[in-house]
Design a protein around this ligand. Sequence first.
Ligand SMILES: Nc1ccn([C@@H]2O[C@H](COP(=O)(O)OP(=O)(O)OP(=O)(O)O)[C@@H](O)[C@H]2O)c(=O)n1
Ligand SMILES: C[C@](O)(CO)[C@H](O)COP(=O)(O)O
Length: 424
Amino acid sequence: MVAAGKMPCESIGLDCQLFVSEQASDEKRMQIGIVIVAAGRGERAGMEDGPKQYRRIGGSAVIAHTLEVFLTWHRATVVVVVIHPDDRDLFEKAIARISGADRVLTALGGATRQQSVLAGLEALATAEATHVMIHDAARPFIDHALLERIAARLDAGDEAVLPALPVFDTLKRGVGGIVQETVPRDGLFAAQTPQSFRLPTILQAHRDAAHAGLEAFTDDCSIAEWSGTEVKLVEGSPDNVKLTVRRDIIMADQRMAGATMPDVRTGNGYDVHQTEAGDGVTLCGVFIPHDQGLKGHSDADVGLHALTDALLATCGAGDIGDHFPPSDPQWKGAPSRIFLARAAEIVRQNGGTIMNADVSLIAEAPKIGPHRQAMRETMAGILEISVDRCSVKATTNEQIGFIGRREGIAAIATATVIYRDGAS
Ligand SMILES: Nc1ccn([C@@H]2O[C@H](COP(=O)(O)OP(=O)(O)OP(=O)(O)O)[C@@H](O)[C@H]2O)c(=O)n1
Ligand SMILES: C[C@](O)(CO)[C@H](O)COP(=O)(O)O
């Protein structure tokens, strides 16, 4: 249905590219651009932890959730995000892991939401869009079903569309803590976003309002109403709440966390060391008396080396040689538990929880079975996880090849890690 392509553009704020999609013929007449306003300070939510649109809910910034919904909606052509000039770093960090984020255009916002929207509309006007959906970054629970309901109204020719829900509470007007009157709620609706328009209509209305010095509009439909445009109501979504106060963010975090798919990653590792004359080998942290030793810069523990690589692989952190180069004399004869502990630390620093560690040892001798439990307990101790999450298996090489000739011992390992925030 949609073939996405890139088109270079002049960025207003940051380097960027426009996201352009070729619509199927039935939708070709309409190009729906998106403006997401994210330049507010979020004072009502408290500024101690930064503007609310960059606070984390369910492991990602609020704005990342919002943006993802639009970037994955097949009818969105151009996406403009309006940011505060002080928030460039916060924005880039927040969207770094979103697929398609490199195709987002940014503009710089103003002191009021109204000014920020106008900046976004002006940016959109330079791109190919016939219609626009204007959305609050602070409404991360927007969904495709609501976008489709609104788009259907635009397809039908409506100039201005407002998603809204009827007000169910009894409404009071109060002054100084005293109720003055009960306000009839019949016909009253709570306005949501994305408020959606034919682009030339709302752009002109916004420009006219600004020229007239009218700066107190809190939403875009008010401006359309002021300009004499008929605004059609569509049913909003009860989930599409705006995060306004601190409690909203806490609730949103709990809700997102419950809904977020776990980010489960697996990594594998392999290691081999040559045998040499000696009196024993260290495998998975356990010394086993034997008629051979293992040659290596450290203690040559192939099991823990393979597992170290497997863990590093779950967060793209390179391999054991990157962190503990064999050329570095400080690792001479080092116990390999140091390497594994460091890999576990790196995983945790990236937001990972180690779920499982599995090592297969491939050795003609010594016999591993009698030591397997001690090995599992050693691994569990180093990784600080329970023993039932650690596994050690062993096999001979059926007397074939270098392992079969007792010239070396090898290990392969698999690690499973769940990441909360996405590894960085
Ligand atoms: N100057 C502004 C003010 C608001 N917004 C955006 O408009 C949306 C809705 O505004 P609101 O919830 O009022 O956000 P804030 O202005 O940030 O909040 P507060 O009034 O509590 O400071 C938010 O996504 C906000 O970032 C904006 O882009 N530019
Ligand atoms: C646009 C809006 O989200 C619709 O409900 C709302 O008007 C923003 O107003 P606020 O007063 O800045 O919260």
